[in-house]
Design a protein around this ligand. Structure first.
Ligand SMILES: Cc1cc2nc3c(=O)[nH]c(=O)nc-3n(C[C@H](O)[C@H](O)[C@H](O)COP(=O)(O)O)c2cc1C
Length: 335
């Protein structure tokens, strides 16, 4: 099948997040939502090319549609990874042009590439020419002293001319010095208007807005101006929020209960443990399943007492359904 012809629905996507959106997390999120687009954590070109490819790039068919996010600034390496992404079955390859971390800066990729539009254009064009899957970019609205519509618009146009039709804009500029990566996700202030203006000036581009979005009402408002909304932390902390998104934004009639999700993740855990995966590598992503619910404390305590150690035993997982059933009862009484 020519994957290029398959239209990817990016109305709602879950943001790429290091140490969070690995293949186990994506499998878990996919149990909750069938219609959102998922992104991998950022993978550096050198790891993808020289590392244990099956471990770094492998994923299950059930996670699809899924994009591989890559970090790099060497056009040949980026082209090679784009090809690998296609071979591994990813639906999209996304280049990270927004990460401000020290490590990423040291390797000259991520947000510092916003200062090198010609290099970015060359990299993207090489990626586009080396694979048939869509090449997309995720960037910020500015970097350091630059937070200016004209600069961003010209950067976006360079990206567009090199063959990329979808751009994810994190509506906050990146500061390369003086802030920790965490502060760079909260400081300075978000500027959604700038993203709306970019969409207005480039109606032919698919513009996805990102940053600080945590409610369906906010999503609806952004969708009046942009083509899609990408959400990170709000979903990682409260993954069941995806069911509100499915119902209210994507018009899905039936969504799974937390009990159904828990049962399915335990089956997955059983299969994966047999293949050598550690219990905590999967279950750590499920901590927020009961976020805001009466049973949240019990769920978290059970996980932390039984399933978060490096040598946690799968046999303990079987008892987790008792917690799930108690939580269901508590919720029924509550409603
Ligand atoms: C723990 C964590 C890891 C992140 N890792 C990446 C990453 O690998 N690649 C990337 O482009 N952005 C990364 N980000 C940024 C997110 O993709 C997103 O742009 C940011 O969190 C803003 O969206 P939010 O307010 O909905 O969380 C990360 C954010 C967090 C919180």
């Amino acid at each position: 099948m020519d994957t290029n012809k398959k239209k990817i629905n990016r109305k709602i996507s879950v943001a790429p997040m290091m140490d969070c959106t690995d293949r186990h997390d994506r499998y878990f999120l996919r149990l909750i939502s069938k219609n959102v687009m998922l992104y991998s954590e950022m993978v550096a070109t050198k790891s993808a090319i020289h590392g244990d490819r099956k471990r770094i790039l492998g994923f299950r068919e059930e996670e699809k549609p899924v994009a591989l996010q890559v970090g790099g600034s060497d056009k040949n390496e980026l082209a090679e990874v784009a090809k690998l992404a296609e071979q591994f079955g990813y639906d999209e390859i996304n280049i990270n042009l927004g990460c401000p971390s020290k490590k990423v800066q040291k390797n000259s990729f991520g947000a510092c590439l916003m200062k090198e539009p010609d290099l970015v254009a060359e990299c993207i064009s090489n990626m586009v020419n080396s694979c048939k899957i869509p090449v997309t970019a995720k960037t910020r609205i500015g970097v350091d002293e630059i937070e200016d519509f004209e600069y961003l618009n010209s950067f976006v146009n360079k990206i567009k001319q090199s063959g990329c039709k979808t751009i994810i804009l994190h509506a906050r500029k990146a500061l390369l010095k003086g802030l920790t990566p965490k502060q760079n996700l909260n400081i300075p202030k978000l500027n959604y208007e700038m993203v709306y203006e970019i969409k207005k000036a480039n109606p032919d581009l698919e513009i996805i807005i990102n940053g600080g979005i945590s409610q369906t009402e906010q999503i609806k408002k952004h969708l009046e101006h942009c083509d899609g909304v990408m959400i990170g932390r709000a979903i990682y902390q409260n993954p069941y929020f995806l069911t509100d998104i499915e119902k209210e934004i994507l018009n899905t009639n039936e969504v799974p209960s937390r009990e159904q999700i828990a049962k399915q993740i335990i089956s997955y855990l059983e299969e994966e443990v047999k293949l050598g995966t550690k219990v905590n590598h999967i279950m750590r992503h499920t901590v927020g399943l009961y976020h805001g619910q009466p049973g949240s404390k019990d769920w978290k305590r059970y996980l932390s007492d039984n399933m978060m150690a490096r040598d946690s035993d799968f046999q303990k997982a079987k008892h987790i359904m008792t917690i799930v059933q108690n939580n269901e009862k508590a919720n029924q009484l509550n409603s």
